[in-house]
Each structure stands twice: as structure tokens, then as C-alpha cells.
Design a binder for this molecule. Sequence first.
Ligand code: SMN
Ligand code: MG
Length: 363
Amino acid sequence: MKIARLKTEIVNLPADEPLGDSPENPNATRPIVILEMATDDGIEGIGVSFFGGPMTGALRQAVDELGALTIGEDPSRPERIAIKLREALGTSVLGGPFTLAYSAVDMALWDMRAKALGVPLWKLLGGARDRVPTYASGALMRGLSDDQVVTSARKLVERGFRQMKTQLALPGDTSPQREVARARLVREAVGPDITLMCDINQRWRPEQAIDIGRRVEDVNFFWLEDVTTADDFAGLARVTAALKTPIAGGEYVYGIVPFRHMLEARSVDIPMIDLVRVGGITQWLKVAGMAEAFNLPVVSHLIPEVHVHLIAAVPNGLTVEYMPWLRRLFQTVPMPVNGELVLPTAPGLGLAFDRDAIKKFKA
Ligand code: SMN
Ligand code: MG
């Protein structure tokens, strides 16, 4: 089994928000690089990457060029291919572009590997559980008005979600009092039994995070996320030590090494792993293992269609972020039912691109 060919495309997916019907920017689109690979014996694998923004063309080129280096290789050997790519790039292995592109390739390798073995990916990787909790994300954003966020929050509860995430660090004229009021408003809208998370997206100073974090303790957030600059490992550790509420973080860092620093410094209680920034499935699993050794759970960031496999595979997977940015790309995806995702039984990732959607949204 050898990799014989690959193809990439860019699709501009609508930035819709189907969970609470509350898009922050209704006319925006999200550029996604999609990758299809195939072996000489006809096994196909798919991968995706994004965060290229205005450099999405360059990201696609990077996926093409890295992908070309895998031609003739055995997709059952993702670590061998990782070494080959790193060696080929030498000192130009820059965190961002290399890692984002490599992740798409690595995803496709695991898809092919699992398909060749005839097993769904989550089973190949350990298969700890066959269903996992999931939380609604992207519907309760800081840019919404108070009325909008309440309406959207109630919809999520009505639609069966048991866990959901909102945001603080409000835009414009805010204050600790305003932040607390918004937090209480969302809690009241969903009721006391919903698991509610809150994302700060690096917008507070450590002191602010400690101050506001203490003021919202009675809102009972399940976690506060990215409370300050993502690579301020010491600042994060101060906040984590000061607050009762668990602190989540990790989506913004590239590769596996920053997680070692975060874990050693006790920067977070809940490492959050982004499949694209960490370097694909091969590297994602290493971070989950490091976290397990530190007695910590892990959570996923975006791409629930792939992350459902990873969170289910490892013993310390806590919950899957359900943010359906990519839903339209695929023919069928695991759908949340009563706050859970059931693992697919088809071999590999269990995903196939929807050719009609790709044609419609192709850049
Ligand atoms: C987030 C970050 C980047 C893109 C989408 C969403 C956010 C999250 O931080 O955690 O969902
Ligand atoms: Mg986040």
C-alpha cells in the first residue's frame, strides 16, 4: 500500500451558526483547505486545514508540497512520514505554516490506515468509549446583544444540548460589573443544571482574570478558557492557582512542546487540543498521553467530525466541542443527540466529502 496521488482545493464555507441560529457575522465565509489522498490499491483518505486567513492560498500550496513528499510512502507509517517531512524541511519547519499543512496530511494518513485495517479510527486508537459528551459552541458569542444571547441560549437547551459555551471579555465599553451581569444573564437563561463553559480568548490580563474570575465564581462555569495570553505559562498558572473554577487552554499553541511547558507549570486544569495546530492525529494523541500522566482530562477544539474519534479513543477525553464549521463539507456527520455524539462504525474517519457542496463553495 503506497500513496499514489493527492488533490487539494479551497472552499469558502458560509460562516453560519446552525445551533442557536445566531451568527456573529452573517455574511462572512471561512476558507478551508481540503485534501484528498489515495493509495495505489485504491484506499482514499481525507484531511482538512484552516487558520490560513488571507494566506489560505499559501496554506493550500504548503499542503500540496508536503503531500507530494509522501508519494510512494506507506500511509500506515505516519511517524516515518513525519520524520521524512521534518528532515526535508530542515530549519524551515516553522510552527505555523508547516504544522497547519502537515496536520491535513497526517489526518488523511490515519484515515487511510484505519480504512486499510477495516476499523473506525476511534477503535484503532484505543476505543475507550463508543459515545461521548459534546457541548454547543459558537452560538453564545460576545458580539451578540444580551437579548440575542438569551434567545440563542434557550434554543440550545430546547434542542437538547446539556453543555454549552459562552464568552466574556465583551466588546466595547465593558467593566467587571458588566462582565458579571452578562455571565449571570446566560446562567439564568440556561438554568442551573446546564454545564456552562466560558471563553475569554486571551483578552484579559492575569490580574483581570483573577478579579473577574472570582466575581463569577457563583455562576458555576465548568471552565474558564484562555483567560490570558496563551503562551504566558506563568501568568496562566497564577490564575489557575487563584481560582476555584477550572482553567482550560491550549487551542492557540503549535505542536506538542508548549503543552509540556503548560503541564509542568500547572498552567491549566484542562488542556484543550486543536487538531490543526497541534500537528494532526499523531501529535494530538501525544498531548493526550502527557495530560493523562499529569492526571488531567483533555478537550478538543473545532472539527468535531474528527475529534469525536480522538476524545472517544483516549481514557481522559472529557467532551467534544461541537462547532459545526465543516458540517457542509461532508455527506453525513455524527450529530449531537441529547448532548452526546455516537461514534461512527464505518472504517477510517467515516467521512466522505459532499461533492455538490464543494462545487458550490469552491474558491
Ligand atoms: C474559537 C477559536 C477560533 C476559531 C473558532 C473558535 C474559540 C473556541 O476559541 O474555543 O471555540
Ligand atoms: Mg476557545
